[in-house]
Design a protein around this ligand. Structure first.
Ligand code: GDP
Ligand code: MG
Length: 211
């Protein structure tokens, strides 16, 4: 069954043997492509904001009120107004062009939830690593993770009000991001900006995936 789906566009020899190809079998608009994209980055960088900005379903969030018990673990100096924290993950869905459905999975930022990452990234085509220029080093663990597992990723700098603006090339240098990895400046609160970022993940994943 898998081969019928994946070969529907290229018209598989298997289908020809089984009779004439029906128009619906080659009509790409009839077979939406569902892909999974992971959204990672440090605590408070804007992952939940990004998923919420584009999701057409009410994003599933597993936010919990921050308690005094998490105070010493979760650094709030850059986002003092933040009262909740993602303890498991964010989940949202975005349909583009009717035939490309993106499922977004936001990772929990805190180190104590890293044991979940291997499950969370399974089957994903790529990832967004969000960075806040005031706390660039917070995205190192995510960069290391995707580099080491070979998953295509783009770096998305989420600009917070009042933070100094940087050019993508400055961020690339500061984080030593390889030349083939896209680095973009975005705003997690703006739908268009988030869509641009997600499309660059899809494009980059297609570029780096061997035929
Ligand atoms: N000014 C500004 N605030 C943002 C932006 N993105 C997120 N925030 C705020 O920063 C805080 C942390 O964002 P959140 O999405 O919860 O971070 P997460 O821990 O990565 O999920 C929230 O209060 C957001 O409203 C942004 O682009 N600009
Ligand atoms: Mg969150």
């Amino acid at each position: 069954m898998d081969s019928v789906v994946s070969d529907a566009v290229g018209v598989s020899p298997l289908l020809e043997e089984e009779g004439p190809v029906q128009p619906w079998q080659t009509d790409r608009t009839r077979a939406p492509i569902a892909t999974k994209i992971v959204v990672a980055g440090g605590f408070g960088v804007g992952k939940t904001t990004l998923v919420t900005a584009v999701s057409e379903i009410t994003p599933l969030q597993t936010e919990a009120l921050m308690t005094e018990a998490s105070e010493e673990h979760d650094d709030l100096t850059a986002t003092p107004e933040k009262l909740t924290t993602t303890v498991a993950m964010d989940f949202g869905r975005l349909t583009l062009d009717d035939d490309l459905v993106l499922y977004l999975f936001g990772t929990p930022g805190q180190q104590r939830f890293w044991f979940m990452w291997d499950d969370l990234v399974r089957g994903a085509i790529g990832a967004v690593v969000m960075a806040d220029t005031r706390r660039l080093k917070d995205c190192f663990p995510a960069l290391d993770y995707f580099e080491s597992c070979g998953m295509p990723y783009v770096v998305a700098v989420n600009h917070f009000d009042g933070s100094e603006r940087f050019e993508p090339k400055d961020v690339r240098e500061a984080l030593t991001i390889p030349a083939h990895v896209p680095v973009m400046i975005m705003d997690a609160r703006r739908r268009i900006s988030v869509i641009e970022t997600l499309l660059s993940v899809v494009g980059h994943a297609l570029d780096v995936t061997p035929e």
